[in-house]
Structures are given as C-alpha cells and as structure tokens.
Design a protein around this ligand. Structure first.
Ligand code: SIN
Ligand code: FE2
Length: 203
C-alpha cells in the first residue's frame, strides 16, 4: 500500500480498499443506515439545511442545528443510539493510526452540487488522534490547507476506496470538499459520494 505524504501530517492512500472491499463496506454501511437514516442537518446561525445528508456510527455522532455543532449519543430524528462503527473501519484505523479506537464515524452523502466549505474539525476533546476519511462512490475534490483559514491550500482528488489522514501538525488544518464529479462511479445506489470520517472525540 503506497502512503503518499501531501504535507506534514497529511497522508493519502490511493485505492486502500479494493473494488470488492468497497462493495462489502458499502453494503455494511447501507445496512447500518437502515437504523440511522441519512438526514439533512441545519447550519447553526442561518438554519439553512446542509447541501450534504449526514448520519453517524459509533458512541457519539456529530450533529448541527440552531443550537450549534456538537456530539450527541442519539440520532436527532429517530432518537435512537447510533449503530456501531463497521469493523472494516476499525481495522483500517488500527492499520494506519495505532491509537485508541475512534468513537465517531461521520457519514456525508454528496449528490449533485453538494459540497462542504472549508472548516476545521475542532469539536473533539482529543486532538492527539488524527482524522481519517474514507471515500466511496463519485470522485470528490478535497481541499486542505493549514491551521489558518487564510493559508495556502492544495486540491486533492479523492476517488472511491481512497483514504486520507490528517493529524499531528495538520490535525486542525482547514479542509473541505469543493465539489464532486457526478457520475464518475457507479458504486453508490442513486449516485453520489459517501465519505466516512473517523475521529476520536473523547480525550
Ligand atoms: C468532512 O470534512 O467532514 C468531510 C470531508 C469529506 O467528505 O471527505
Ligand atoms: Fe471535516
């Protein structure tokens, strides 16, 4: 497995998951989404819906609404606990992070013009652990910079099966998804890009 260093603390594995492993992981994810359906969170200040749909796996799920960004143990729509993180993702974490396991896996589904503006992941108490992202389905144009919003950024194409990690000096790097390339993959039923972001929330 080739590990590309994109910047200090930022690493990319192209095709970490084979096409067969992507399909197996997707089937596991879709089964878990039956009990934790994707929903559209709201922006805290404007109450505008996100352009992505989201859900979570793990003890804690990242949510956003007019009360702000935070982690919650229950799905905001169903009121049920989030399903467990798929074992294949815990194995991935062990392989590349070698730290106590993540307690959150955030799912984002991007379809059409959905995107994610530049932001930092900083709602976690544990910023020692890295952020690990798995991409499934359509290509996504990921942008990552430094810990200052105004800093220089680079654009990276994330394809289905790719894994990105940012940690250490890049743990608080600004990042986002400029756009996806609709129709570039046939993996996700109905099209689009599904990202699975693993984080350790509790210190
Ligand atoms: C995120 O930063 O929450 C998601 C990034 C991605 O979709 O790859
Ligand atoms: Fe993020």
């Amino acid at each position: 497995m080739v590990k590309l260093a994109l910047a200090p603390g930022v690493f990319l594995w192209h095709a970490y998951f084979s096409p067969q492993a992507q399909k197996t992981l997707l089937d596991d994810v879709l089964a878990r989404l039956e009990t934790a359906p994707l929903y559209r969170p709201l922006m805290p200040k404007t109450a505008k819906p996100f352009s992505v749909e989201e859900s979570n796996f793990g003890h804690l799920g990242w949510v956003s609404d007019t009360a702000g960004y935070r982690y919650e143990p229950l799905h905001p729509v169903t009121g049920k606990a989030w399903p467990a993180i798929p074992p294949a993702l815990l194995t991935l974490w062990d392989d590349i992070a070698q730290l106590p396991p993540p307690d959150c896996c955030l799912l984002n589904l991007y379809r059409g013009a959905a995107k994610m503006g530049l932001h930092q992941d900083r709602d976690e108490k544990d910023v020692e652990a890295p952020v690990v992202g798995v991409s499934l389905g359509d290509d996504g144009l990921f942008r990552i910079g430094g810990a200052a919003r105004s800093g220089k950024t680079q654009s990276v194409k994330l394809a289905s099966g790719d894994v990105i990690l940012f940690g250490g000096p890049a743990r608080l790097a600004y990042h986002g998804i400029d756009r996806i390339v609709p129709g570039s993959s046939r993996l996700v039923p109905g099209g689009g890009r599904l990202s699975l972001t693993l984080r350790r929330v509790a210190a």
